[in-house]
Every structure is written in structure tokens, then in C-alpha cells.
Design a protein around this ligand. Structure first.
Ligand SMILES: *[C@@H]1O[C@H](CO)[C@@H](O)[C@H](O)[C@H]1NC(C)=O
Ligand SMILES: *[C@@H]1O[C@H](CO)[C@@H](O)[C@H](O)[C@H]1NC(C)=O
Ligand SMILES: [Zn+2]
Ligand SMILES: [Zn+2]
Length: 500
């Protein structure tokens, strides 16, 4: 029995709701039907647009989602359908089937449901692989804590094993990974993960998702804990605050497990031998990474000679200043690398540029003025040295700048700043802070550059480097196309990731 978690089938709906292209009522209806069918509210065989049936299924969805029951596709209902969630059916899921079969005395099914547990108290697990941008140590800590969460409220105990014979295997996959076409992962934002009930012992995570243990991106810890719940035999909970609720759970001051989660696990495996439950507030787990590097400095496998943490991550922005000092921005921190390759400690953004927000989306240094530009959302900041200039931050989007730019840099041949956003790029006049005439233009002018890069800069030798994920692309200004690419952390020595 397979559980697909957090499938945003309704991505289409989401873009429809908040983007320029206004969806037609027909689209909305169609997308809602797709959603209701996927999650079991509409019987596939009977879906032949029967309006009465549709209304009944909308009502059913509203009732299970704790919404006012109107039978209509009102805004709240459509928004609820857009929530990241588990892809498992809500209606014909085993919990209901089980109750149903108890009533109708279908013994075969009931016996089958009873088998969905482990018949031992100690389980081993193996972490098969993990995202390249997270360190093994941190992933192990997170997995350990996610198992501990369940172990601390039940009689189960867990330990890591390096062997493939472990009871439970956790693995990250891209796309189709040989457990059926319907389980193929679909890139960022779609299905995030799925797991199998006992005793198959598998949980799979979409490698294309941006997993995070430090507050940005998809919180890996919560999804681990939810999936592990499934591997132990837990089904979805109808309670909104349960970890096993089909909806993605935010970490707050509440405990991660609510009473329904605890009843469910104890129902299968009983209470801890001590009789005592141990729980921590959810928010404790939101900043795993910081928590770890602050508490665990120099401890265990995080030994001193490890390369700086931006090397194994997706950074927010990168730029070179007039002294050829390289700056790498990531979350609340930045690092500098000198021309001789000396990498600094991480510094807080605000320690150098007061009044910057907690993180930025793009940064560039103007080669004509030496000033630092930062972009985030609709706003931009401009600093001379560490001094925020008068009139900043300002709402640059009102002058035609793209909101949430991907990247920015100073382009020498034009003598201007260039800002990239998805399929377009904008040339900026620094004096008036306006977009130059005839821009934005198509990204196609930059032959070979992928969409949504995370960084771009001009190397002192004149070539332009674009960054995205673990890769870089070198754009040759004479040939006007990409002439080299590779993995930046490994291939570009000036980026400071190779200890020598
Ligand atoms: C589990 O309980 C122990 C104390 O018994 C505690 O130190 C640990 O942090 C708990 N783990 C989680 C994930 O709550
Ligand atoms: C790198 O920085 C350290 C400490 O600031 C300094 O002692 C060392 O000489 C520097 N190395 C180079 C090659 O600049
Ligand atoms: Zn689930
Ligand atoms: Zn799978």
C-alpha cells in the first residue's frame, strides 16, 4: 500500500489563483474535479459530470477539511485545495476502510489491515543517500531525531545501520524510480515524498525539492517524521494539528505530535516501558542547522578542516567587489574569499550592512561606483561601503524592476547592472534606478543559460559565471554563448571550497 505525500496536483490552480492569467470558471472547475478525484471524493467510474454528485463531493471535502459546508467552490475551498499535502486519498484510505469492513464484516480486509505493523520492538534504518547540499552529519541528526520523536512516546526503539538489510530504508530519488509510474516524482513543488506501510520499510523523498534544515525551503525534518510514521504503520489523521494529518505541518510552539498521533502509535506498539512521554515544542526543530553548528562546533564529524558550509548548499547570491574580494550570501550569513583563496568565517549580513533583511535574493557590486546593491521581493538596497544610502530601501518594483529577482550583476560591455528574472533580463540605469528603454529582453540572448539561476558574476579575467544548484555555466563574452560548465565547488578553485 503506497502513500504519496503532499502532491500539489493543483499547482495549476495555484498559479491560476495568484498570477496574471485569470483562470476561467471552466479551468477552476476542471482543476477542482481533478483534485477531488485524486483524493477519492469523486468515484472515478461515476464522474460523468453529474452536478449533484460534484456538489456532494465538495461538501464532503469541506467537511473533512473543517471548512463551512456549502457545496460550492468558494475561495476558502479553493485555497484549501492548494495547501501542500499528502497525496494519499482522503476518502477511501485504510482508516475508513477498516471501520467500514468492521461493520460489513469483511474479514479478509480487516486481517490485512491488522498486518500493517512490525512484530518487533527494535527497528534498524538505513539512510541510503541524501541531498548533496546537506551534510551527512546533519541529515543523520535529523533522521535520528525523527525516529526518536516516535520512540519517545511508544515502546519502539531505533538504531541506524549501514546495511541494506535494515528494516527501513530512506532514500532520495529523482523522477521515476522503479516503484510504479504513479509514484514518479515530478520535480520541485509536486509530490514531495511517499512511504510504504509495514513491513516493506521504504520512504522515498523527491530529490528535486529544495530540502532544508534551517528554516528556508521544505522542512526535511517534518516530512521525515511524517513518512516515518507511515513506515511504522500509521495512516492519516483527520485532526488538523496531527503530524499525520495529510497537510504539511508548520513548526510552532506546539508539540509536533498531538494526542491522535500518540494514540495511533501506542495503539500499535504500546507506551514506553517507563510510562513517561517525552516531547519538545515543534519550533525546536525549525533551525536544525543553526542549532547543530552552534551547539556542535568542533564536535563529532564536524571537524575543523571541513570546507565552509556554503560549499554544500544553494547560496542566495554571489558577487565580486572592486578589490576582487568574492562575497557569497546564504541565509543570514555571508562569507568572503580573498584573491589568494582565504575564506572568512560566516558573518551575519547585518554586521556589515545594517538594515538588510534576514536574507537577500540577489546582490551585485557596480564596477562603476563600487556600490553594493541588494534585492529582495519588491525592494532594493544600495550601500556605499557599509553605509545605506539615503532613500533606501526603496520599492524598485514600482520602476519596473522584477519582483524577487533571480540574480543581478554588473555587465561591463553595457556599463550597467543587469537583473535576471525567469525568462527575462533587465538592464538598469544606476542614476535614475529605472529600467533602460527596450528592456526587459528574452533570456535567449544568453545562449545556454538555464532559467532561474541563483548567482552570476564577472570573473576578473572577464568571463561571466552563472550558478544554479551545484552547477555553474561559463558564458564567453566574445562567442556570446556558454563555453564551459561543471560543478562549482569542485571545479572553481577561486570559490574557496577546496582545502589544500
Ligand atoms: C527524546 O527524549 C530524550 C529524553 O528522554 C530527549 O533528550 C530527546 O531530545 C527526545 N527527542 C525528541 C526528538 O524529542
Ligand atoms: C589567510 O588568513 C589568515 C588569518 O587571517 C592569515 O594568517 C594567512 O596569512 C592568510 N593567508 C593568505 C594566503 O593570505
Ligand atoms: Zn502521509
Ligand atoms: Zn517511491
Amino acid at each position: 500500500m503506497l502513500v504519496t505525500i503532499y502532491t500539489l496536483v493543483v499547482r495549476i490552480l495555484l498559479t491560476g489563483l495568484c498570477a496574471r492569467a485569470v483562470p476561467t470558471p471552466k479551468d477552476v472547475l476542471h482543476n477542482a474535479q481533478v483534485f477531488l478525484e485524486k483524493y477519492g471524493y469523486i468515484d472515478r467510474d461515476k464522474k460523468e459530470s453529474n452536478l449533484g454528485e460534484l456538489e456532494a463531493s465538495i461538501s464532503h471535502f469541506q467537511w473533512l477539511s473543517h471548512l463551512p459546508v456549502s457545496g460550492e467552490l468558494d475561495t476558502r475551498t479553493l485555497l484549501q485545495m492548494n495547501e501542500p499535502r499528502c497525496g494519499m486519498k482522503d476518502v477511501s484510505q485504510p482508516r475508513w476502510t477498516e471501520q467500514h469492513s468492521a461493520i460489513s464484516n469483511q474479514r479478509r480486509r480487516k486481517r490485512y489491515a491488522l498486518k500493517n505493523k512490525w512484530y518487533k520492538r527494535h527497528l534498524t534504518y538505513q539512510i541510503v543517500n541524501w541531498p548533496w547540499y546537506l551534510s551527512q552529519h546533519q541529515v543523520r541528526q535529523a533522521v535520528k531525531a525523527a525516529f526518536e520523536l516516535w520512540g519517545n512516546v511508544s515502546s519502539m526503539t531505533f538504531s541506524e545501520s549501514s546495511s541494506a538489510a535494515a528494516d527501513i530504508r530512506l532514500a532520495f530519488f529523482y523522477g521515476d524510480h522503479n516503484d510504479g509510474a504513479t509514484n514518479a516524482f515530478d520535480g520541485p513543488g509536486g509530490a514531495l515524498a511517499h512511504a510504504f506501510f509495514p513491513r516493506r520499510g521504504e520512504a522515498h523523498f523527491d530529490n528535486a525539492e529544495h530540502w532544508s534544515l534551517n528554516g528556508r525551503g521544505r522542512n526535511l525534518f517534518v516530512v521525515l517524521a511524517h513518512e516515518i510514521g507511515h513506515t511504522l504503520g500509521l495512516q492519516h489523521s483527520p485532526f488538523k494539528n496531527a503530524l499525520m494529518s495529510p497537510y504539511y505541518k508548520k513548526l510552532g510552539k506546539d508539540y509536533l505530535l498531538n494526542f491522535d498521533d500518540i494514540l495511533a502509535i501506542q495503539n500499535l506498539y504500546g507506551a514506553p516501558p517507563s510510562g513517561k512521554l517525552f516531547q519538545l515544542p515543534g519550533k525546536k526543530f525549525a533551525y536544525f542547522l543553526d542549532w547543530n553548528s552552534e551547539n556542535g562546533k568542533g564536535s563529532e564529524s564536524d571537524t575543523t578542516k571541513e570546507s565552509p558550509s556554503y560549499c554544500r548548499s544553494v547560496f542566495d547570491a554571489i558577487t565580486w567587489d572592486m578589490q576582487n574580494i568574492l562575497y557569497i550570501f546564504k541565509g543570514r550569513h555571508f562569507w568572503t574569499v580573498t584573491p589568494s583563496g582565504n575564506v572568512s568565517e560566516p558573518h551575519l549580513l547585518q554586521s556589515r550592512w545594517k538594515k538588510l533583511p534576514v536574507y537577500i535574493e540577489a546582490a551585485a557590486v557596480s564596477a562603476s561606483t563600487g556600490k553594493f546593491y541588494f534585492f529582495k521581493g519588491a525592494k532594493c538596497w544600495r550601500y556605499k561601503e557599509s553605509q545605506l544610502e539615503a532613500g533606501f530601501p526603496r520599492k524598485c518594483s514600482s520602476k519596473g524592476f522584477p519582483r524577487h529577482p533571480d540574480t543581478a550583476f554588473y555587465f561591463h560591455p553595457l556599463g550597467h547592472l543587469v537583473v535576471f528574472k525567469r525568462t527575462k533580463y533587465y538592464v538598469i540605469n544606476e542614476n535614475s534606478l529605472t529600467v533602460e528603454p527596450y528592456y526587459p529582453r528574452s533570456l535567449k540572448d544568453w545562449k545556454g543559460i538555464p532559467l532561474e539561476t541563483t548567482g552570476v558574476l564577472t570573473h576578473p579575467d572577464g568571463s561571466i559565471y552563472f550558478f544554479k544548484g551545484e552547477k555553474y555555466w561559463m558564458f564567453n563574452q566574445d562567442k556570446l554563448r556558454v563555453t564551459a560548465s561543471g560543478k562549482w565547488a569542485e571545479d572553481l578553485s577561486w570559490i574557496g571550497c577546496k582545502n589544500n
